[in-house]
Write a protein that binds this ligand. Structure first.
Ligand code: ADP
Ligand code: ZN
Length: 734
């Protein structure tokens, strides 16, 4: 094969042709011409024409040159704002290549706030002007001029407040030229964190851990450290020291939390440590806040950002530390659009910035544990709770022995413990990872089950709202009074419990207990969440009943009893991480009990007390359990000992989905190191009206997974009525 001649002169003049990446789910950058005198550099934000539209894109590099220069359209305008940092551009390309997504689809995540590119509105302030000879001096005017003679320029509002005059006085002075308007840049939206403030006095174990982390930050350069500390060991306080270290070296810090762990409690702790609030970034931010925060990060004014996974795509200019708290959380995995794992990409982001990462958890993921074992990550342990707090007592309640009616879900043991706890003025938490009243409604007479019309899923009853809802697509209908199938009245019955039903049972058993439900439905908005958290802290609530929402990060000193209503719930289904995940969630929930001086107690209701997950929770033998998990996964070649890519084929036409999935299986790669499993109907074989089939590509650890998938897919022609989605390192098998 002849080598390409790299010294050959270019055929046509492409000197001022450039490639521009647009935030669109298309293939890659397009070429444009830079008009005379514009001279855009890589990273510059520009307006370019596309068809009849005009879009904002980012100059990505030299032109690809596959379209001749005379056919290229010119860039319309270069936006006068700091360019997208090279690190972020490299990150966008990296994420696109890893997840097999279009770079434009990834860029879209980094351009969520295009309004932020426009310069902020300047603020008009007044300074003293020339004194007018013929001006009539009133006491009000004198006060204004006095203020400005001695101090910095002030806005009309500040002037009128400080001088105690109406704004008309200032307007009058301005008209005469006695005060002169000037434009000031708006003040920074975020104050610099105060690193000189003393943190809490750390315990010996904590300060040892903190010294390690700080050393990592000061050493500079990429490294990953696992902060492996039991619930209540004070991991947050310890990584705050690493944050302080990075700040004192003049770097920016990103702290990633699973969205639901972004609690007011966390923010308060940050403020107590650093004297000011961090910049916050998550999906519920309003437009204005989003714009301000984005711009503050780009200008280096925001020194610490705490956010959900999307905060990875902010334009940090001097990132010096990334913290991933609750690193085991599957909520870091994004399933829609570009499928990526926020924890893994955080490590990539830090590698690009050449800075350290701290990942923290009480229940580290198997992936992370294996990386520690292989010496890729360092690890620091905090094996004990802070202060006088001890780990809670954990016991299982064998539900096979409890003779409960079909509409009862709390064992006599748990009810007794609840009563005792509340009688002693302490608080209890009941955990059930199911929203609503009941997961299934059926007709007692004909057996008809209420199902979602567009998903293969039952409808969940929400009794407070008198509605049935699909938790996959959001479809809703009123709860029926007659059976839609046999038309009998009053025959529809609820099957199984959700948190609302547990609340009903507690109320029946303990009418005086003050109770509250904490779920994503009842915690809409940070204000509601904060009120509820306060109410628990102020002991206005005796029994808290909740889903995953309660497992995260909360610290309630007076909470001493945790009851897990159905510990087996997460074990069903074919998810390869089901056991690991169930253990992690239940351990986190259990970790809410007895975090202060009073000892905690955890009761686990289960039909399989001999299950390794229940045993690990009861005995506290976490490492033994995880070793067994590792053995099982290694034997099967599952992650992290092998690699997976899920391919989901979907169409509104089930035959088409079947045919395409079969075609794909037929030309699937196959070797001892590369296997394709399926096609099988995805567990949710119908979702939002689309029929879904799943293929799983499983390879050895060192195989080039992306290249294999790319080559395989390139042989397939996807009909316009079908879709193929790739999920590298899948977590959800729905
Ligand atoms: P974890 O995240 O490991 O579960 P936290 O960081 O939430 O633990 O700490 C548990 C509780 O202990 C928090 O209320 C925290 O403020 C408190 N705490 C931890 N370390 C200290 C310390 N050195 N001094 C005082 N309080 C501490
Ligand atoms: Zn649905």
């Amino acid at each position: 094969m002849p080598l390409p001649d790299t010294t050959a002169p270019q055929q046509h003049d492409t000197a001022n042709a450039l490639s521009v990446l647009l935030p669109l789910p298309v293939v890659g950058p397009y070429d444009y011409l830079a008009p005379e005198g514009m001279d855009p550099a890589p990273g510059d934000y520009v307006h370019v024409p596309l068809g009849s539209r005009e879009l904002i894109g980012v100059v990505w590099g030299p032109a690809a040159g596959d379209v001749s220069a005379e056919k290229l359209r010119p860039i319309t305008e270069r936006i006068d704002t700091p360019a997208m940092p090279e690190e972020l551009r490299r990150f966008v390309d990296w994420v696109a290549a890893y997840t097999l997504s279009a770079p434009g689809a990834v860029l879209r995540m980094a351009l969520r706030s295009p309004e932020a590119l426009q310069p902020p509105k300047p603020i008009t302030a007044y300074k003293a002007g020339a004194l007018q000879e013929d001006m009539r001096m009133t006491p009000a005017r004198a006060r204004v001029l006095e203020l400005l003679r001695d101090g910095p320029p002030r806005t009309a509002r500040d002037l009128s407040r400080e001088a105690g005059v109406g704004t008309s006085v200032i307007k009058g002075l301005a008209k005469m030229g006695a005060v002169v308007p000037i434009e000031l840049a708006p003040p920074p939206a975020f104050d610099a964190p105060d690193i000189a403030r003393p943190g809490l006095a750390l315990s010996e174990a904590q300060s040892e851990a903190a010294i390690h982390l700080r050393a990592g930050v000061e050493a500079d350069g990429f490294s990953v450290t696992l902060l492996d500390g039991v619930t209540g060991s004070g991991k947050t306080e310890v990584y705050f020291e690493a944050v302080a270290g990075a700040l004192s070296s003049g770097r920016q810090v990103l702290v990633l939390l699973p969205e639901i762990a972004l609690t007011p409690q966390w923010l308060e702790r940050f403020e107590r440590r650093f004297g000011t609030a961090p910049a916050v970034w998550h999906s519920d931010l309003g437009q204005t806040q989003r714009r301000t925060t984005w711009r503050s990060v780009a200008r280096g004014e925001a020194r610490v950002v705490v956010g959900a996974r999307s905060a990875l795509f902010l334009p940090y200019t001097e990132l010096g530390l990334v913290v991933v708290d609750e690193e085991h959380e599957t909520a870091f995995k994004q399933e829609d659009g570009v499928a990526y794992n926020g924890r893994d990409m955080a490590i990539v982001r830090a590698q690009i910035a050449d800075c350290p990462v701290v990942v923290a958890s009480a229940t580290p993921s198997l992936e992370t544990r294996i990386n520690v074992e292989r010496d890729r990550y360092k690890a620091i342990a905090l094996p004990e709770r802070f202060g006088s707090a001890s780990m809670p007592m954990v016991e299982t309640v064998d539900m096979r022995d409890s003779e409960l009616r079909a509409d009862q879900f709390l064992s006599p043991q748990l009810i007794a413990a609840l009563s005792q706890t509340t009688a002693e003025g302490e608080q209890a938490l009941l955990f059930l990872n199911r929203r609503g009243y009941a997961p299934l409604t059926l007709c007692r007479t004909c057996g008809h089950r209420m199902a979602c019309p567009s998903c293969s899923a039952w409808l969940t009853e929400h009794r407070f709202r008198k509605r049935l809802q699909c938790h996959h697509c959001g479809y809703e209908e009123p709860a029926p009074t007659r059976c839609p199938s046999c038309d009998n009245a009053n025959t529809m019955v609820a099957c199984g419990p959700g948190v609302e039903r547990i609340a009903e049972e507690v109320r029946a058993q303990m009418p005086d207990a003050r109770m509250e439900i904490m779920t994503s439905d009842t915690m809409r908005g940070p204000d509601t969440a904060q009120r509820l958290v306060r109410a628990v802290e102020d002991k206005e609530i005796d029994v808290l009943i909740g889903t995953q929402m309660v497992a995260k990060g909360h610290h309630f000193p007076n909470l001493t009893l945790v009851g897990i209503v159905d510990a087996d719930l997460g074990l069903a289904g074919g998810d390869l991480r089901a056991a690991e995940r169930t253990y992690q969630v239940l351990q986190q929930v259990a970790g809410r009990a007895g975090r202060a001086d009073r000892p905690g107690r955890v009761m686990i209701q289960t039909f399989q007390p001999e299950h390794p997950v229940m045993q690990a929770l009861a005995t506290g033998e976490r490492d033994r359990f995880m070793e067994l998990e590792a053995e099982a996964r290694e034997a099967g070649g599952w992650p992290p000992f092998g690699r997976l890519a899920a391919i989901i084929v979907s169409s509104r036409d089930s035959d088409l989905a079947d045919a395409l999935a079969r075609d794909m299986a037929r030309c699937a790669p196959n070797s001892p190191e590369v296997r394709v499993l399926g096609p099988a109907p995805a567990p949710l074989s119908l979702l939002r009206g689309r029929h879904r089939r799943r293929l799983l590509l499983k390879t050895g650890r060192d195989q080039p997974l992306q290249a294999i998938v790319r080559e395989w897919l390139s042989t397939i022609k996807v009909p316009s009525k079908a879709r193929v989605r790739v999920d590298i390192d899948p977590y959800s098998f729905l």
